[in-house]
Design a protein around this ligand. Structure first.
Ligand SMILES: *Cc1c(COP(=O)(O)O)cnc(C)c1O
Length: 354
């Protein structure tokens, strides 16, 4: 232990704990909601053709080519797009930029656990209204008074539940005096994005990632979209921290990935079918599942402890996420892999539960 005077000058924080990335192979890895399919051939081609002359040069700090490609894809202007090194960074910068009042920021008690970590890190006051017993967001909690900000993951994680556009619009119109961040990490697995509301609500920031739908978790590519004034403020904060958050490889691959919608759409449609089939089989085995609009399911069983199922699946070389929160602790979060992966899971569960 350090001497107390030295100790007292250090900032101590309780960090977010990411899912396990096992260094030995052999697992069917369904614990961090990664995409099970290979990258788009167009993305791979860009990756393989990256010239060695790129590496000694700094990347474009404004990510102009990537931002323009993202803007084109969604029918926006380039100055309505902010890019960054994964949503974890984009969201961290957005919290720092937009939650700058004495009023609490609101987000559900059960949601992406990083939100709370950033509030603690930046000393942002926050409140976490309880989800209902069926893990639904109660709209009234977000429309009752003035807030310092609102953060909603839609679909929510780990609950997998999606709220439709009218719900998001009700939150936006009740919170015109603060920023509402909608974290749409899983929106392309069946939901409708709130992007269409950007031109009507200057308080809306929509955050997307290429880690899930576009299968580029290893490349760390994410973007936020909103009013150009908000995007300008985000860029000012980013440029006060690190001008080069996105390396040359990420910028090039992200540009190729956003242009190959056909590939990702057909892969996601395949995944949705697998998810729906797998959900049916889980229910047949007595699991209770929320209706998932994501690439994972959120499941519990009355007769089996989630922790034991997690341990037994691990012995079968299947890695899922066992949740530890007070309200989620008898739940498993299982990412959807390939059709074959999920057959293995069903067979393993049948063996474990017989
Ligand atoms: C996966 C996830 C993120 C982080 O995505 P990265 O871009 O990989 O950092 C953010 N929010 C939610 C809700 C997620 O599930």
């Amino acid at each position: 232990m350090l001497n107390p005077q030295l100790f007292s000058k250090i900032r101590h924080v309780e960090p977010y704990i990411p899912g396990e990335q096992p260094q030995q192979g052999g697992f069917i890895k369904l614990n961090t909601n990664e995409n099970p399919y290979p990258p788009s051939p167009r993305v791979l081609k860009v990756f393989q053709s990256l010239g060695r002359e790129l590496l000694p040069r700094y990347p474009d700090p404004e990510t102009a080519v990537l931002s323009q490609a993202i803007a084109n894809h969604y029918g926006l202007e380039k100055d309505q797009v902010f890019t960054g090194n994964g949503s974890d960074e984009v969201l961290a910068l957005a919290f720092m930029t937009f939650f700058n009042s004495e009023l609490p920021v609101l987000f559900p008690d059960v949601t992406y656990s990083f939100y709370k970590v950033w509030c603690e890190l930046y000393n942002i006051p926050y409140r976490t209204p309880l989800l209902s017993n069926s893990f639904k967001i109660n709209l009234d909690d977000y429309t009752a008074g003035e807030n310092g900000g609102v953060v909603l993951a839609n679909p929510n994680a780990p609950t997998a539940i999606y709220e439709d556009l009218s719900f998001i619009e009700a939150v936006l119109s009740a919170n015109r005096d603060c920023i509402v961040i909608v974290d749409e990490a899983y929106i392309d697995f069946g939901g409708v994005s709130a992007l269409s509301l950007i031109n009507s609500y200057e308080n809306l920031l929509v955050v997307h990632t290429m880690s899930k739908y576009r299968g580029l978790a290893g490349a760390r590519i994410s973007y936020a979209m909103g009013d150009r004034y908000l995007i300008g403020c985000l860029n000012d904060v980013k440029n006060s921290f690190n001008s080069y958050t996105m390396d040359v490889v990420a910028q090039a691959m992200g540009t190729a990935a956003i242009k190959d919608e056909d590939y990702y759409r057909s892969r996601a449609d395949e995944l949705i079918q697998t998810r729906n089939r797998f959900s049916g089989e889980m229910r047949d085995m007595g699991f209770v599942l929320t209706d998932s609009m994501t690439n994972f399911v959120f499941a519990t069983h009355h007769d089996y402890k989630a922790e034991q199922l997690y341990d037994r699946l691990r012995q079968e070389n299947i890695l899922v996420r066992y949740l530890t929160g007070e309200r989620t602790k008898n739940h498993l979060r299982i990412s959807i892999g390939t059709e074959e992966d999920m057959k293995h899971v069903v067979n393993a569960l049948k063996k474990i539960m017989k």
